[in-house]
Design a protein around this ligand. Structure first.
Ligand code: URA
Length: 229
C-alpha cells in the first residue's frame, strides 16, 4: 500500500475533532493553562471545527487567536480575521443568521465548514512544525469525514501546506499563490484547493490582501462548489 493511501486510511479511522483538553503538544498545553489561569472564563481549549456536516466547501485557517477563537471557542470568532471572513461567507450564500464577535448569535454555515490547521492557540500565533504534525491527523480526518466535500479554501501558506500534507500529497508540487486553484484527488472524490492570503490584520493592514481580492477567491470557490456534481 502506498504511504499516501496509508495516511488517508489512517485519517479515516482517526477522530476529526480533538478533545478540548488535547494533550499532544506540551508547549500549547502550557500556553492554554497560562491563559486559563489569567482568563478562566475563556474557552482555552482545542477549538472544534464549525459548520455544516454536509459541507461542500471547507475553509482551513491557521490556528485560533488568543483573544478570539481561543476565547469564544469558535474559529475566527472574536478574531480580527473573522470580521472579514464571516461577512464574506454571508455574501456568497455560505451562511445564514447573524454573526456576533462573541459567538452569541444564531449564525449557521450552509454548505461550508471552517477548521484550523492547528486547533490550539499558539504563542505569538506561530505553531512549530511538531505541533502541525501532531494536529494534522485531525485535519485529515476532518476532510475525510465530509462526504460531499468538493473544495477547500486554504487561508495562507501554512493552511495550504498542511492541507496538502493531510491529503498525503507533496505540497512542494503545488506552490501557494493567492487566487490559485489546484485540482487533486481527495478521499471522497475530486477536490479543488483554492489558495488565498490569510485574512489576518497584518495582511489587510499592509494591503497584501484587499477585500476585493478575498471576495474574488470566494466568488470562484462558491461558484465551483455550486457547479460541481
Ligand atoms: N482565528 C482562527 O480561528 N483561525 C485563524 O487562522 C485566525 C484566527
Amino acid at each position: 500500500m502506498t504511504t499516501a493511501l496509508t495516511r488517508v486510511m489512517t485519517a479515516m479511522r482517526a477522530e476529526a475533532e480533538p478533545a478540548r483538553d488535547c494533550a499532544l503538544c506540551p508547549r500549547l498545553v502550557e500556553y492554554r493553562r497560562e491563559n486559563a489561569r489569567d482568563e478562566p472564563r475563556w474557552f482555552n481549549g482545542a477549538v472544534p471545527s464549525f459548520g455544516d456536516p454536509d459541507a461542500r466547501l471547507l475553509i482551513v485557517g491557521l490556528a485560533p487567536g488568543r483573544t478570539g477563537a481561543n476565547r469564544t471557542g469558535r474559529p475566527f470568532t472574536g478574531d480580527w480575521a473573522g470580521d472579514l471572513l464571516y461577512p464574506t461567507l454571508a455574501r456568497y450564500g455560505l451562511s445564514a443568521g447573524t454573526f456576533d464577535v462573541n459567538g452569541e448569535d444564531d449564525l449557521r454555515l450552509t454548505g461550508a465548514m471552517i477548521t484550523n490547521a492547528v486547533r490550539c492557540v499558539p504563542p505569538q500565533n506561530k505553531p512549530v512544525g511538531q505541533e502541525m504534525n501532531n494536529c494534522r491527523p485531525f485535519l485529515a480526518a476532518r476532510i475525510a469525514a465530509l462526504p460531499n466535500l468538493k473544495a477547500v479554501v486554504a487561508l495562507g501558506g501554512i493552511a495550504h501546506q498542511n492541507t496538502f500534507k493531510a491529503l498525503g500529497l507533496r505540497h512542494g508540487a503545488y506552490r501557494f499563490a493567492h487566487g490559485a486553484r489546484h485540482d487533486v484527488a481527495g478521499p471522497n472524490g475530486p477536490l479543488a484547493i483554492f489558495d488565498s492570503y490569510h485574512c489576518s490584520r497584518y495582511n489587510t493592514n499592509t494591503g497584501r490582501l484587499t477585500e476585493a481580492m478575498f471576495h474574488a477567491v470566494f466568488e470562484q470557490a462558491s461558484a465551483y462548489v455550486r457547479a460541481a456534481g
